[in-house]
Design a protein around this ligand. Sequence first.
Ligand code: GLU
Length: 612
Amino acid sequence: MRSLRPGILARRSWVCMQCRRASSSPAASHNPKTRLPDFPARTRFAPSPTGYLHLGSLRTALFNYLLAKRTGGQFLLRIEDTDQKRTIPGAEQRLYDDLRWAGLQWDEGPVVGGPYGPYRQSERTATYRCHAHDLIHDGHAYRCFCSADRLDTLARHRSQAGLPPGYDRKCADIPAEESEHRAAKGESHVVRLRVEDYPTFEDLVYGKTGQNRSSNKLDLIERVYDDPILLKSDGHPTYHLANVVDDHLMEITHVIRGTEWMASTPLHVALYNAFKWTPPRFGHVPLLVDKSGQKLSKRNADIDLTFFRDKQGVFPASLVNFAALLGWSHTKKSDVFSLDELAHIFNLKITRGNTVVAFEKLWFLQKAHAQRFAANGGPEFDDMVSSVSNVVESTTTPEQLSRMIQPRTLPELITPLLQADAKSFTNATEFVNRNATFFTTTLERPPYTPTNQAQAATPAFPISSLHTAAATLCLVPEPHWTIGTHRDNIKYYDGASVVLELNPDAVDQNSDPEKTRVNADKTFKKELYHYLRWALSAGAPGPGIPETMVILGREETLRRIREARELTADKRESNPVTARRARERSKPQSSPSQSQSKGQDRSWMGTLAPRA
Ligand code: GLU
């Protein structure tokens, strides 16, 4: 009967026996540096539908996925729903949706099927019973008919005596025939594994590991054993039995899971030994803790994956990238990786000890991925455009919006804005808040205040010099209204003359005149940028000035520059001396620098074009 275990006929040899045997030896067939196997790994993610995917379980799934992909193996999904009482309705579907959202598509498992199914433990009960009976037959397990009351009294007695819990093996020596007979009559019982000592094992992350049973003097008189339950009185398996049987039958070669399972692994290895099976290789990944050392747990709603996705608008690429770096180290220069890139470089160099989760890194990665999407286009960028569009539409009146975007469509306005400011993108809502001035025609500017540097200058810059510079930049006709043109024009605008004419003493006879000019130009440009940002976007951070001018469009830019000029008109009048100088300076021939523009066609600038 033993050869008729359900599921056994479906077994297929994905990994040759030699490799399987070799993989049982700690050093052999694993690269000592990367700890990667030299054969395709079959890994699995085995969640219980008692909760949702959270940061820690996403990382576990990811490491298993990456190990399989890196070695050309398979990644399985198995639903461990042995604890039906704690199963949350809908959790299984959410797990599928969340894994797919993260890009972790399983090769075998529920929905997609596979040769080792079914992949839901509640559908495999007969298989577990069959294997439990094999162990009873071989003497590695026995039926225990002790009542709950008896076990309770035993536990209380041991606790009062300050002894560790355990079972006194009252039922271990019931003759096989009697045990069969009582079970056949329907007497309630569990099946226990007979364990003398738990074996140690070689963990891929922690090295040789295991647990020694602490012996106590009283143990000699009242000896107890762990003898864990494999099959419960309702005939259903415990996690340990189902987990080991499935990993074996599904030919799993590597089990990567959280350190919270490490204490169970010696028991699992004992089970493999009892079955005379080669255990898979285990690698336990450290606990995730917050900055104060507190464990992050799935009961903490803050780290439920939907929190990141739905509330924070985090991209799957950023979250996966973030999860990958939790405890795993690499030698690349940058930390920014797509899932595919991770699959090419992943290894099992996982650090021991708790991993502190610092969410600043997540936002850094989010901005980095936003920049990648903006640079490459594609579906991720389309999603960014539509999420920003949705926010704008829900926060702006249609009239205002149509006045603002004309003659473009909303995505036509948002696309260049995202391309120019992707470096700041955390999520659509924050992006729209930061760039709110692009979605309104009524700018509310605070009163204009020059930069500290300009205020300190003697004499201070006249505002008219900034008005003139801004007006000059606006002379560009529509066909030339591009980022490149504006960038050049700002660059070539002769700011040095403005400063040096105001303050001739700045020219120190002993210092390098070119250096003096360069510094003077820098001072003016700094103020000009500051003024233009105030004029065009009320001083809000966002894309650079040339980009802003293009995104706003010529008409709106001109309107804002005019408006800004009117708002600062009083200041222009306040200093007659500097106003006169500025007027002189704004004469056509003293506009953009002459020397640097050689070779460029600036005929469109009319009289403002630099002289040849
Ligand atoms: N069902 C267990 C869990 O919920 C799986 C542990 C393991 O990977 O062996 O995490």
